[in-house]
Write a protein that binds this ligand. Structure first.
Ligand SMILES: [Zn+2]
Length: 378
């Protein structure tokens, strides 16, 4: 595969654990014959979202995703104005307003690149009303527009959508394979890679996590909050939730300033209505980013509490967060197995609440109170 380098470097790195998908997409990109609509199908952790961002890089970059040019760097930082990420904004799925905005945005010319890419996450949540509006655009988008839809299985997605996309199946990746891929990409120690996969969810995101001081700090804030819980009073818990929100928002400063720059670049020639729309979309993107940051600190909590359970069960070398082994030992000494299980339940409830768009700070507060209660109830 090294004969492809440096072209399609982004695809090669993102799809380390999906060789068949990698060969298929690399061929399409190198022959300039990418489809206008892809549907990536696979279980959580199969790396679909990473692959979508890598394909976006390959499409936007002048040299098929070199990974180093300005366009590639912007896409990698999720700050390229021509690559859009969408996730459902209500409990029941995508809002009609979301797809309407999307269709209007598709018609606008690209801002920086020669092409535009729309990544549509959780395509199963495109229900009939919002999906119907999208079908015509999905079938015949303007030149240079590519849709990448993500879903778990084609059975759960509207057939009218599936039939308009090129389906790309992803295989299930084991955590060990994922950690090995992260080790190859970063050269980091195996136990750090295992932890990063547990926290970030997929190999590519784990690699980015290991490169982000802010995201690692957010995890540390969560670990400290859990460590302090057995002795925390109510005010301590409220403060811990506040501190977590600040930590999660820290990596978003760059996104915000890029958004402001895009807005002011467009202020002169976009109509007020179009500007308002751009602003709304930016707010949504920022909101989605914050939520994925919250999900990541929740995953940090889940992983650490699972270690507590592992220690309680006496599985000596089974823990994932070896860098903070003393924290899981301390917590394990304060609780019993039902306590650890109850704490994990509290994290699962928080994850569901965030997926339903609950307020992040309130969700974290409720979760920390519930974990304290669970851990100390023995
Ligand atoms: Zn590039």
């Amino acid at each position: 595969m090294s004969s492809h380098a440096p072209e399609t470097a982004s695809l090669l790195a993102a799809l380390d654990t999906q060789p068949r998908v990698r060969a298929f997409l690399t061929r399409a990109v190198e022959s300039d014959r990418t489809s206008h609509a892809y549907l990536f199908l696979g279980a959580p952790g199969s790396g679909k979202l990473d692959a979508a961002w890598a394909l976006a890089q390959a499409i936007i970059c002048e040299s098929h995703g070199c990974g180093t040019c300005e366009a590639c760097v912007r896409v990698a930082r999720r700050t390229h104005p021509d690559v859009h990420y969408l996730a459902p904004e209500s409990v029941t799925g995508y809002l009609i307003g979301q797809t309407r905005d999307l269709i209007e945005d598709v018609a606008l010319a690209p801002i920086r690149a020669h092409a535009k890419v729309y990544i549509i996450d959780r395509a199963e949540q495109l229900r009939a009303d919002s999906a119907n509006a999208l079908l015509k655009t999905l079938e015949e988008p303007p030149r240079g527009v590519t849709f990448i839809l993500l879903g778990t299985s084609s059975e759960t997605i509207l057939p009218t959508i599936v039939s308009r996309c090129q389906c790309v199946p992803f295989r299930l990746v084991s955590p060990a394979d994922a950690a090995a891929a992260v080790a190859r990409a970063t050269g980091a120690a195996p136990e750090r890679c295992r932890m990063a996969v547990a926290v970030a969810g997929s190999p590519q995101r784990a690699v980015a996590f290991l490169k982000s001081a802010e995201r690692q700090e957010a995890r540390r804030v969560m670990v400290r909050a859990l460590d302090a819980l057995p002795h925390a009073d109510d005010l301590d818990i409220l403060n811990a939730a506040k501190e977590l929100i600040v930590a999660v928002k820290a990596p978003l400063a760059e996104v915000k300033s890029t958004q402001e720059a895009v807005l002011s670049q467009n202020a002169d020639y976009l109509s007020r209505g179009a500007l308002k729309q751009l602003e709304d979309r930016q707010k949504r993107e920022l909101n989605a980013r914050e939520r994925s940051g919250i999900m990541e600190v929740l995953a940090s909590a889940r992983s650490l509490l699972r270690d507590v359970l592992v220690v309680r069960e006496g599985i000596a070398d089974g823990i994932t967060n070896t860098d903070v082994a003393e924290v899981s030992s301390r917590l394990a000494a304060k609780t019993d197995t039902p306590g650890a299980v109850g704490a994990l339940d509290a994290v699962a409830r928080a994850e569901r609440a965030i997926a339903r768009n609950s307020t992040p700070q309130l969700t974290l507060e409720v979760m920390l109170f519930a974990i304290r209660k669970a851990l100390l109830c023995r």
